[in-house]
Design a protein around this ligand. Structure first.
Ligand code: F6P
Length: 344
C-alpha cells in the first residue's frame, strides 16, 4: 500500500502529531507514506514526496505542519478535481488521509464521491466540525486564551480598566466560551447568543458598584452585537477561495472597546489574540487526540472504509460518514454558555 497525507486550512498545533501517527502506523504495516504539500493544492499540482521515518521523527511537540497548508478549494475551478484525481493515480496513491476543517473535509467528501479512496481527520481551533466532540488544535487554542486572560486580569485590575479580548472563531463561539470560562471572563460575546452593548455596559457598571473595578470581556470575532457597527466592507474586500471574509478586519474588538469606554466612562483597552491562538506546542490533550486519530485513520484504510471522518465521541475514537459532516457547523451548547454566565 502507498498512502498520501495532507494538511489543509488554518494550521493548528497537533497537526504534526497527527502526521507522525499516520506515518508510524502505516510504516508498521509495511506501507509507504507520501506527503502531499500545502493541502489540496499539492494533490492538484503534484507536489508529492515520499516521507521517511526520519521525516516524522521529533515532530510530535512542534506546532505548524511539516507538510505546509493552504485554503485551496478544488471545487472552485473547473478541472482542478480531475487534476487531483489524476495525480493520485500518477503517484500510485492507494488512499489519502486529509487532515482539516470543514472546508478541507468538504473537498475530501467530494473527491471520495468521485472515486478517491480517502478518509478525513478533523482539526480546527474553531471546534465547529459536527460528528466529533473535539477537533485537533482546539484544546491548545483555548489553553492559550486562558493563559492570556490570566495575564490580562492582573494588569486590568492594577489599572482599574476594562480589557476587551477578541478571539478567533469563524462561525461559532467555542473558543470564546471555553477560553472565557477557563480564564474567568466577566462577559462573553458569541455568535450563538444575541447580546447588546447596553447589556455589557450595564454588567460592567454593576461589577464596579460591587467593588470590582476592572472587567475582562471576551468577544468571538464573528459575534454580531446590536448597536455595534463594524467594518464589514473592509472585511469583504479580501476573501479566500471558500468565500470566507477576513473577520479580523471587521475590527470588532476595538469597536467594542471604544463603545464601552464612551458609555461607561471606564478606561477600556483591547487585545486581539489572533494567530497566537494557532501557535506553539500542542497540549497533552491535542497530542494524544492527534495520535489516536492518526492511527485510527490508517486502520480505517486497512479495513477499506473510505469516505469516513475519524471522530471523538465521549472517550471513544470512532468514525462518521464524511458526507454527513459537509456544510454543517456545530454550535456551542447553550448549557455551556449558561455555565459561563454563572461566573460573570
Ligand atoms: O478556521 C480557523 C481560523 O483560525 C478562524 O478562527 C479564523 O477566522 C481564520 O481561520 C483565520 O484564517 P487565516 O489563516 O486566513 O488568518
Amino acid at each position: 500500500m502507498r498512502i498520501g497525507v495532507l494538511t489543509g486550512g488554518g494550521d493548528v498545533p497537533g497537526l504534526n502529531a497527527a502526521i507522525r501517527a499516520v506515518a508510524r502506523r502505516a510504516f508498521e504495516y509495511g506501507w509507504e507514506v507520501y506527503g502531499i504539500y500545502d493541502g489540496w493544492k499539492g494533490l492538484r499540482d503534484g507536489i508529492i514526496k515520499p516521507l521517511e521515518r526520519a521525516d516524522v521523527s521529533g515532530i510530535l511537540h512542534r506546532g505548524g505542519t511539516i507538510l505546509g497548508s493552504s485554503r485551496t478549494n478544488l471545487a472552485k475551478k473547473p478541472g482542478d478535481m480531475e487534476k487531483a484525481l489524476e495525480n493520485a493515480k500518477k503517484f500510485g496513491l492507494d488512499a489519502v488521509v486529509a487532515i482539516g476543517g470543514d472546508d478541507t473535509l468538504g473537498v475530501c467528501a467530494q473527491l471520495t464521491k468521485r472515486g478517491l479512496p480517502a478518509v478525513g481527520i478533523p482539526k480546527t481551533m474553531d471546534n465547529d466540525v459536527v460528528g466529533t466532540d473535539y477537533c485537533i488544535g482546539f484544546n491548545t487554542a483555548v489553553t492559550t486564551v486562558a493563559e492570556a486572560l490570566d495575564k490580562l486580569h492582573s494588569t486590568a485590575e492594577a489599572h482599574h480598566r476594562v480589557i476587551v479580548v477578541e478571539v478567533m472563531g469563524r462561525y461559532t463561539g467555542w473558543v470564546a466560551v471555553m477560553g472565557g470560562l477557563a480564564g474567568g471572563a466577566d462577559y462573553i460575546l458569541t455568535p450563538e447568543k444575541p447580546s447588546s452593548i447596553a447589556d455589557v455596559c450595564e454588567h460592567i457598571k454593576r461589577r464596579w458598584a460591587m467593588g470590582k473595578k476592572f472587567s475582562i470581556v471576551v468577544v468571538a470575532e464573528a459575534a454580531k452585537i446590536a448597536e455595534v457597527i463594524t467594518d464589514e466592507a473592509e472585511a469583504e474586500k479580501r476573501k479566500d477561495e471558500f468565500g470566507h471574509i477576513r473577520l479580523d478586519l471587521r475590527g470588532l474588538g476595538p469597536t467594542i472597546a471604544t463603545a464601552i469606554e464612551e458609555r461607561t466612562g471606564f478606561e477600556t483597552r483591547f487585545v486581539v489574540l489572533g494567530h497566537l491562538q494557532r501557535g506553539g506546542s500542542p497540549t497533552v490533550f491535542d497530542r494524544v487526540l492527534a495520535t489516536r486519530m492518526g492511527v485510527y485513520a490508517v486502520n480505517l484504510i486497512r479495513q477499506g472504509k473510505f469516505g469516513r471522518m475519524v471522530a471523538l465521541q465521549g472517550d471513544k475514537i470512532t468514525d462518521v460518514p464524511l458526507e454527513e459532516i459537509a456544510d454543517k457547523r456545530k454550535a456551542v451548547d447553550p448549557e455551556l454558555i449558561e455555565l459561563a454566565q454563572l461566573f460573570y
